[in-house]
Each structure stands twice: as C-alpha cells, then as structure tokens.
Design a protein around this ligand. Structure first.
Ligand code: KG4
Ligand code: ZN
Length: 334
C-alpha cells in the first residue's frame, strides 16, 4: 500500500495543505494570517474568516504542485484539535466535504502529536523511545514518544504556554503579534545577564510561565516610570535576558526528564523550537550530556500541514479512520 493523502491544518492562524505519498511529503503550502498583527494576539473570529477565504486556494495549490489528481487520493487528513473551534471547523468541514465527494476515508489528527511527528518528515529521524519538548503558542509539554502514535505527556505547563510568555512580553513592549520571533531577533544583540528575571520552579517535570509574565509586566511598568524611554534604550538587553530565562526554564526540565527516564534521544518541536537560543543551548547541553538531538527544519517547527500529513500517513496504515460526523475539539489530550 502506497497511500496518497491530502492533509489540512487550520487549528490557529495558518491555513495549510500538504500532499504526502507513501510517507514522503510532496509539498507544504502555508497561508499565514497577517490580520492579527495589530491586535497583539490571534482574534478567533478573524482567524475563522481568513481560513474560509484561504482554504480553497491553499488546497488547490498543494494539489497542483504535487501533480496528484483528486481521484488518486486515498484519504483526507485534517487537524481535529486542539485549537480554536471556529478555525478548526473550517478545516474539518472542508475535509469532510472532500472525503464525502471523493468517497475516500477521513483521518483525524491530533495537532500536538503531529508537532512531534514533524521529526519524521526528513532524515535523520529519531529512534524510539525519545523525549520531545513541544513548545508552541498554546502548549509546553515534555512528551515520551514510544512509537509513532504512542505518546505520553510526562511534564507540562500548569498555566501559560512558553510561546504565550514570549508573545505577551512582546505585547507589553508594544511589539506586533507574534512577538516571539522579534524577541529572538533583538536578543541576539543583547546581554542575557543584564536583567535577572526570576524563573518559576515547579515540582517534577511541570512548568509555569504566568509568574514571569507578571514579573515582567511590573518590571517594565516600574522602569518606565523612572525612564519613559527604558524599553527602546534597553530593548536588546531586555529581550536577551527574558529569552535566556525562558530557555533556561525549558532546558532545565528537559535535562531532568532525561535524567529521570534515562532517555538520551532528545527532540524539540512546535513554534518556539524555531528560537535560536533554544537551538544553540540545546546543542551545547547535548554535547555535555551525550544526547542525540533532533531539531526540525524551520518550516516544520511552526504550524504546517506537512506534519498533519505525516501523522495521517501513520494512522492510515493502521486504518484508523474517522466517521463523517466527527467534530473538532478545542482540547484534545495527546
Ligand atoms: O506551533 P505554532 O506555530 O502555533 C501554535 O500551535 O501555537 O507556535 C507559535 C508560537 C508563537 O507563540 C510564536 O511567538 C512562537 O511560536 N515562536 C517563537 C519563535 N518563532 C515562533 N518564539 C520564540 N522564538 C522564535 N524564533
Ligand atoms: Zn502548533
């Protein structure tokens, strides 16, 4: 069996489609939504409307570039959750319509599992079991990956996601959304030890990022009272110090997870895994701890349909299909 699957991602603010043939991703078409920039975060209603506008064009492009005919498709994969309900509904409904029209199966995909499976799009791929730190705008998890579709969350945030901490800090500094990549860029020119922000320590392998967000809010407010130009004058140092604290919090738990489980195959996934300090510090830590590390290409770190296609491929092989009455889920455990 060499399945050909069209996969659709619409959980947040990227509308994406990808065609996969026999486990090889043929393309990954992504339409990002610039409409949210000025609001400091994703506006769900605007996201749903933008998905609605983009989805036909994105799917058409993925099909045309793959050279695959609609009638050659064996299944349609889609993100069922977790995500914004209105956004998910667009992808789910589109996938249902297509599967019904073509008389082929539907394959639902868990977005968080798909972030982990992004590691199987290109070589080298990790061997099982491995640990994956999945860090995005909505999630912060350490996942023990036992097989392609067998995963266990062994640590996670008890409040905000780390991507949210990046984005909210950026918003406090009046940067456009998403602020994570901007903080990363400015941090490169700053001193990571200029401002010692206190990281929150949680028991076990769990994380908490709401404390640092609040501490950051008060810090900026107080410094601006003394000097209204504080943020613009010290921008690089502020970004470098904040980023250093967030990355250290992530890596110290990852190190703890590896020590506890004895697993030294370590992967990172999700939008925040595009962060350059996280990538560099992970590489240094890996040398120290003799870890074998896996970092996906940038294009497969943030939301994309190629990872959904990869997950759909493994589920298709197991004939794990959904019925046409499937509904999206805002929350969906791994
Ligand atoms: O996985 P993703 O595209 O969407 C979600 O499922 O949330 O992740 C988006 C998150 C945003 O919070 C964004 O600010 C963050 O990833 N992000 C970054 C970087 N690139 C994206 N955070 C820090 N540094 C980056 N280079
Ligand atoms: Zn994501």
């Amino acid at each position: 069996m060499h399945p050909i699957i069209l996969a659709i991602e619409s959980s947040c603010d990227e509308t994406s489609a990808s065609v996969i043939r026999n486990g090889k991703v043929l393309n990954n078409i992504i339409a990002s939504q610039a409409v949210h920039q000025k609001y400091g975060g994703v506006v769900p209603e605007l996201a749903s409307r933008a998905h609605q506008q983009n989805i036909v064009m994105v799917v058409k492009e993925a099909m045309e570039k793959s050279g695959v005919m609609k009638t050659d498709l064996d299944a349609v994969g889609f993100t069922r959750g977790p995500g914004l309900i209105g956004s998910l509904l667009v992808g789910v409904s589109f996938a249902k319509g297509l599967a019904l029209g073509l008389g082929i199966p539907l394959v639902e995909v868990n977005h968080m599992q798909a972030h982990v499976l992004a590691h199987f799009i290109e070589e080298p791929t990790p061997a099982f079991p491995f640990l994956c730190l999945t860090v995005s705008g909505g999630h912060t998890q350490i996942v023990m990956v036992k097989d392609h579709l067998e995963m266990e969350v062994i640590g996670q945030t008890q409040d905000d996601a780390v991507g949210e901490a990046f984005d909210k800090a950026a918003k406090i500094m009046e940067m456009p959304y998403p602020g994570g990549p901007l903080i990363d860029r400015y941090a490169r020119q700053g001193n990571p030890h200029a401002f010692p922000f206190p990281g929150t320590s949680m028991p076990g392998l769990d994380f908490s990022f709401s404390g640092i967000k609040t501490a950051f809010l008060y810090f900026i407010r107080d410094e601006k009272k003394k000097n209204p130009a504080f943020v613009s004058e010290k921008l690089y140092d502020i970004c470098a110090s904040l980023q250093h604290t967030l990355v250290s919090m992530l890596l110290s738990k990852l190190e703890q997870a590896s020590n506890l489980t004895g697993i030294r195959q370590i992967a990172i996934a999700g939008g925040v895994s595009a962060n350059s300090e996280l990538r560099q510090s992970l590489q240094s830590l890996a040398q120290k701890k003799s870890w074998n590390i896996f970092i996906p290409a940038f294009e497969y770190c943030t939301d994309n349909a190629a990872m959904i296609a990869m997950a759909a491929h493994y589920k298709f092989l197991k004939k794990d299909f959904s019925t046409l009455d499937v509904t999206p889920l805002a929350r969906m455990p791994v």
